[in-house]
Write a protein that binds this ligand. Structure first.
Ligand SMILES: Cc1cc2nc3c(=O)[nH]c(=O)nc-3n(C[C@H](O)[C@H](O)[C@H](O)COP(=O)(O)OP(=O)(O)OC[C@H]3O[C@@H](n4cnc5c(N)ncnc54)[C@H](O)[C@@H]3O)c2cc1C
Length: 270
């Protein structure tokens, strides 16, 4: 039985700059990291392996240098890794990304029963939190987002009980397997690779699937398959000379001042 962890390689956004001309992220020379939420997704998959003996596959859709992040997954204990890489996959929005990932899960499921797909809550670059639910929809699997605890997995009854972290409260849910879940940071503390594992992962195979292998209709993937276009990325301009009201001494006046400013700028309507 297989647990699939979807991990994305992202630029270390603490160092990313935006190209003022093209309005796109400058990726050259920027270090890449495993998307932080995905380190928890992978860790949870490895804990299910430790507890229930499942095998773990880590998959990523990205450029060839995403092998870096897949080797990290191998050094942490993933049994196999798949790089989904093809120019035809490039420029994908969340709809096109979830299509390729869902098809990859189906393909892995042809040789081994998939019990769970684990995604991070969201990435630190696109930040949409749409891919996990998109994969579930395409696979027609039930989905649980914002999971912060897996309480039990019963492979005989094909059921799982998990806890979701909602605003101000938790929700305990029972769901049929296979399932797609997205996890939050609180679910676990990711392990570190051991030196022997790190060394042996350097020689372990990385399977690469391009579109010749996946045979996906090109109008449903990449830029062609993406109804959403990111036209421009920019940092909001900081407006100087703000009026500061002393909220502590005279809250009513400060509140009135703020409300007037917001009305003036058509931000709120009273
Ligand atoms: C600044 C910026 C803004 C964007 N805005 C939009 C937008 O509004 N709408 C839109 O459709 N696209 C948008 N995109 C494109 C979007 O980033 C890509 O489609 C991306 O591949 C998936 O979306 P995401 O990064 O938001 O992922 P999310 O939905 O936030 O990711 C959730 C989880 O899905 C899994 N996952 C996501 N991508 C991959 C991958 N490539 N490989 C493996 N697992 C993955 C991971 O487990 C991840 O934690 C944007 C990109 C950028 C850089």
């Amino acid at each position: 039985m297989l647990v699939v962890a979807c991990i994305k390689q992202v630029p270390d956004t603490t160092q990313v700059k935006i190209d003022p001309v093209t309005g796109t992220l400058i990726r050259e020379g920027v270090p890449f990291i495993m998307n932080p939420f995905d380190t928890h997704a992978l860790e949870e998959a490895l804990r299910l392996k430790d507890k229930y003996g499942f095998r773990v596959a880590a998959i990523t859709m990205g450029p060839p240098n995403s092998t870096l992040t897949l080797r990290k997954a191998l050094s942490l204990g993933a049994d196999e890794v798949v790089l989904l890489s093809d120019r035809a996959f490039g420029g994908a929005d969340t709809l096109a990304t979830s299509r390729v990932l869902a098809e990859a899960v189906k393909k892995l499921g042809e040789k081994e029963e998939v019990v769970m797909v684990i995604c991070g809550k969201q990435t630190i670059d696109g930040d949409t939190a749409q891919v996990g639910p998109g994969i579930a929809t395409r696979l027609r699997y039930p989905q649980l987002t914002l999971v912060d605890q897996i309480k039990s997995v019963d492979v005989n009854t094909k059921k799982m009980i998990a806890r979701r972290k909602l605003e101000g409260h938790h929700e305990i849910v029972e769901v049929k397997l296979p399932v797609v879940i997205t996890v939050v940071r609180e679910i676990n503390k990711p392990r570190y690779p051991t030196v022997p594992m790190r060394l042996s992962s350097e020689d372990m195979p990385v399977t690469t699937w391009d579109n010749k292998t996946m045979h996906l209709d090109e109008t449903t993937i990449g830029l062609k398959g993406s109804p959403t276009r990111v036209n421009r990325i920019f940092s909001p301009e900081r407006v100087k000379g703000e009026i500061i009201g002393d909220g502590l001494k005279n809250p009513e006046e400060a509140a009135a001042l703020l409300a007037n400013k917001l009305v003036e700028r058509d931000i709120i309507h009273l």
